[in-house]
Design a protein around this ligand. Structure first.
Ligand code: TXA
Ligand code: MG
Length: 314
């Protein structure tokens, strides 16, 4: 039997309305955010959320980020705090996810939180995501729209290459501008904790707080970004390379000859936006990948984090 194919929706009024309507019927809809494409489901509908885990082939213990149209809705779901207020005021909408203690009457499917008593919340800045979330009017659970453990999607084409036929629709609004998943900050302890480096540089968060973030170093995996092999291309990846060897393809940074270059001018924002797309392209060449050294400041921390995971043995 032929597989049902995934509908591609345009980011106009009709496409956004259709995406919201599909979500309300319990279907899966991939949608653009400024970070990466998300695989959305109604976060109050356990059956819909279960479809996310099935489509991604995702281990059940990984909790999902809940996307909201605005910060006001967050207060109905979690116990808000002064620190949450500071960070939400400074960075929402935007590439920041906050982990907060759940309220008892939250209405979310327990599959979203994987049974934890905390939840990860994010208000994306992307205008099409904003329109879809406002049209839907409720919380949308959404991990990145890729099969579990594979490279994150920054275009609708990437989404379809991993999930065509397994999701109802993808709302296509071109490439993501940030290109790295959101930065995750845990607000369930006295000191805010950096749980995942991402599209908002740690320096910006610390400046807003006027204090350093704790680094998440304990053994427990509270974010799958912390599994060693995540964001993995099929090809082998070698880091901090000065030149390609043998049959390697070379991913450059700054002024140097390369098969693809994350940013010929050495701009980390541009490099972040290109990272997953370039990895997808090089992976398609079915040759080992060598990657130039990337500076560790600003967005470089998150870029290097994703590259280390792409290169990890598996
Ligand atoms: O930019 C992003 O964050 C993208 C877009 C679609 O918004 N989403 C994304 O979701 O990267 P996902 O599911 O691939 O990553 C969610 C991360 C995981 O590392 C998960 O473990 C962590 O959020 N997380 C979710 N709930 C959590 C919780 N209660 N405590 C700690 N970490 C949590
Ligand atoms: Mg992901």
């Amino acid at each position: 039997m032929a597989q049902p194919s995934t509908k591609i929706l345009r980011p106009d009024r009709a496409g956004v309305a259709r995406a919201a309507q599909l979500l309300s019927t319990g279907a899966l809809v991939a949608f653009p955010t400024e970070t990466v494409y998300g695989l959305g489901a109604n976060a109050r509908d356990g059956k819909a959320v279960a479809k996310i885990y099935a489509a991604k082939g995702r281990p059940r213990f990984n909790p999902l980020i809940v996307h909201l149209p605005d910060a006001a809705m967050a207060r109905d779901l979690v116990r808000w705090s002064d620190t949450a207020e500071i960070l939400a005021t400074a960075f929402w909408p935007g590439p920041l996810t906050l982990v907060l203690p759940l309220r008892a009457d939250n209405g979310l499917s327990s599959l979203v939180t994987a049974g934890l008593d905390t939840v990860a919340l994010r208000v994306p800045a992307h205008s099409t995501a904003q329109k879809m979330l406002h049209a839907f009017g409720g919380p949308v659970a959404a991990p990145s729209a890729n099969p579990s453990g594979r490279i994150s999607p920054t275009t609708a084409t990437h989404v379809l290459s991993g999930l065509d036929g397994q999701i109802a629709a993808v709302l296509d609004d071109g490439p993501c501008t940030v290109g790295l998943e959101s930065t995750i900050v845990g607000l369930t302890q006295k000191t805010p904790v950096l749980l995942r480096a991402g599209g908002l540089p740690r320096e910006a968060i610390e400046a807003a707080l006027g204090a350093p973030l704790d680094l998440h170093t304990r053994g427990a995996i509270s974010a799958p970004g912390q599994l060693a092999s995540h964001y993995a291309p099929r090809a082998q990846v070698r880091l901090n390379a000065q030149n390609p060897q043998d049959d390697e393809v070379f991913l450059g940074f700054g002024s140097m000859p390369a098969d693809l270059n994350l940013s010929p001018s050495g701009d980390l924002t541009e490099a972040a936006a290109n990272l997953f797309d370039h990895l997808h392209q090089l992976d398609g060449m079915r040759r080992p990948i060598a990657v130039a050294a990337i500076p560790q400041n600003g967005l470089g921390a998150a870029i290097n984090d994703r590259l280390r995971r792409a290169a990890a043995p598996r």
